[in-house]
Design a protein around this ligand. Sequence first.
Ligand SMILES: *Cc1c(COP(=O)(O)O)cnc(C)c1O
Length: 379
Amino acid sequence: MKFATKAIHAGQQPDPSTGAIMTPIFQTSTYVQASPGNHKGYAYARGKNPTRSALEKCIAELENAKHGICFSSGMGAIDAVAKLLRPGDEVITGDDLYGGTYRMFTKIYEQFGIKFHFINLLDQTTVKKHINANTRLIWIETPTNPMMNIVDIEGCSKLAKANKLLLAVDNTFASPYLQNPMDHGADIVMHSATKYLGGHSDVVMGALCVNDDKLYEQLFFILNSCGANPGPMDCFLVLRGIKTLHIRMERHCFNGRKIAEFLRGHKKVDNVNWPGFTDHPGHQVAKKQMKDFGGMLSFSLKGNKSEDAFRIASSMSVFSLAESLGGVESLIGHPATMTHASIPKAEREKSGVSDSLLRLSVGIEDISDLLKDIESALH
Ligand SMILES: *Cc1c(COP(=O)(O)O)cnc(C)c1O
């Protein structure tokens, strides 16, 4: 089946007891057993819930993966992957990671004896140089947040396979509509379903996709043992959100392109980071691994003053000043003081997150209203 058909139907059948076309919200903690241990695959809802099962099958199909597992948040999903590691293991990851991932790796997992190398993943020889006998995992994001750097998934997967490492890809920014890391050799695909999958800023959830049966069992064991399972109502909301993912993404891409081009021509704007520009350093790789370039972009201001960025971020009327991304509504954020506040200033600036950098999650409103809003805020 093609993507749009899978988005609407994958993992879902009319409810056999009533014919309800939509997957019911199975708001239950336990399931009746005919005799001890004799149940229909569902014993207790921390382990499994039918609303969640439908969503997991749907997300797995959208990612061309065999298995999906949903978690109570994106961080819950990343935490499960980190729990595959043992003291002494090493992880290679990017130097412009999502702030929450950086915080978890440095503040939680370093104290358990896991070593993280935060490096420039754009250069494959740098990645290679950091691989040693203790390396277990390469963790990448692409496009990255908020600089919109593009990491070569296939290149990383070749290095991972040659050295028997796991490659995990945080696919939140692209969504499965734009990019399927499994097709480029990833072992684990991770989503903050809070963003494009849910798509309506009304739910927090995470997901993992894998092909390997053993890896799936390990991750499911961690979910069931540690308890970061999502509730059935949230699963229903994400299932419903996904039904329009392809349509929303088309409009996110269309609006994102228009806004990137407008900002690039504006006299107060310094750099615009958007992988659709042919002179973006990752453009060729983006063309290879992505279907289109998405609705996420960031830009810095001439003079690089945080007060100018603050003024713009606070004076918009269609764009809302808020954390998060991937919803139908347009958002603006100031990474240095919002999403990236927990990253030390020197490290933040090294990766390009300057004081005047603003990040846009371009929504699916009418493009003329969005452009008018930006134009008057920049005035
Ligand atoms: C939001 C986000 C996360 C964390 O997901 P939550 O659902 O907020 O826990 C991880 N990675 C990226 C790229 C994100 O944008």
